[in-house]
Design a protein around this ligand. Sequence first.
Ligand code: MEV
Length: 433
Amino acid sequence: MSGRNSELAGLYKLSVEERRRKVAEFSGLTLAELEGAVPAQGVDMGVLDRMIENVIGAFSLPLGVATHFQVNGKDYLVPMAIEEPSVVAAASHAAKLARAGGGFHSTISAPQMIGQVQVLGVKDPHGAIHRILEEETRLLEIANAKDPVLTKVGGGAKRLEARVVESPRGPMVVIHLVVDVRDAMGANAVNTMSEALAPEFARLAEGRSHLRIISNLAIHRIARSRAVFPRDALAFGDWKGADVVEGILDAWAMAAADPFRCATHNKGIMNGISAVAIATGNDFRALEAGAHSYAAWKSRSGGVIAPLSTYEKDAKGDLVGTIEVPMAIGTVGGATVSHPTARMNVRLLGVTGSEELARIMAAVGLAQNFAALRALATEGIQKGHMTLHARNVAMAAGANDQEVDEVAGALARSGTVRIDKAKEILAEIRARH
Ligand code: MEV
């Protein structure tokens, strides 16, 4: 797999069949393996029926691969499942520009998640916290006895943190159990351990335990990525590279100062991260909750919400982008293993575990964000978006496979990508033929 190159120029021009062949070749998979697990139709109903309740069928999203990604010197094709046009193309283009500056450099902290236990009715909350922390070693042993496999591979409960939280219903003791979950997303391990410790906490605090659940604000599981986007590579059309750099810096500054913009800025980041999460069977709601609450948590001494990325200009005038985002994802357990397409996507990426996947996902988040800011700071977002969106609208207007490209092209050129216009164009085309 070494020496593989994720550039795959012109992949978008190939047929689905040809693309599958290229992707299989890149990932060291046989075409049969890929076709068996990444069906063009639907996944085995038996598998889906075991995943959730009351299954009546499958809901398909398009699965694409983003090209050009190089993270810590290694090339990847990144599977992304998403309904929104332009996202995969934008990520690929950003990765191409980042590649010109040496690719993405990503790191991940130890994969530590927090389990929260709420203890109510405590007379001396500060004393209670001390009594609990005095017994930390014994308490961690109780937690670790719940998951000997995790402790054997170097994970397990690592420490306790506790504080008094002032709430609308008075003070409560909240204890955090910090667990290294290794390659799992971790919710099961953390919740089991938190439930096991809750009676101990209640006894020591002389109160009663109430909630026992993971926190999605995963501040101890942070993925970071950095990329240099060379100024000269940013020039396009009438835009000079230096102007694009300044434009992106101004766009970022608005997100840093205005919560209304920041929400959208961070949403763009999650376009990339959640698409990879879905493709790999990860819990994208946990990631979304983590990212947005982290954005609020980061700015606790300042504004309302902080951008998850930063942009600066380095000494050479190149654009330096960085991202920092909680990354509670796994490559073992849950749908990452039970769903054949998710399992195949992890293989397609060629990652060895959750930490490598987290490093890639941080890079994808940065790429997506950079691509959005670049478009917004120059020609606007609608031009690229509408070209692709026009195809959806053409299909919705009733264009068949032979008509869709012609209708979409005329629609995009008209500048009015709406269903009524598409119907009008379709009627004209049909009248002509
Ligand atoms: C659209 O899904 C995402 C963007 O709105 C992100 C942004 O504005 O930065 C384009």
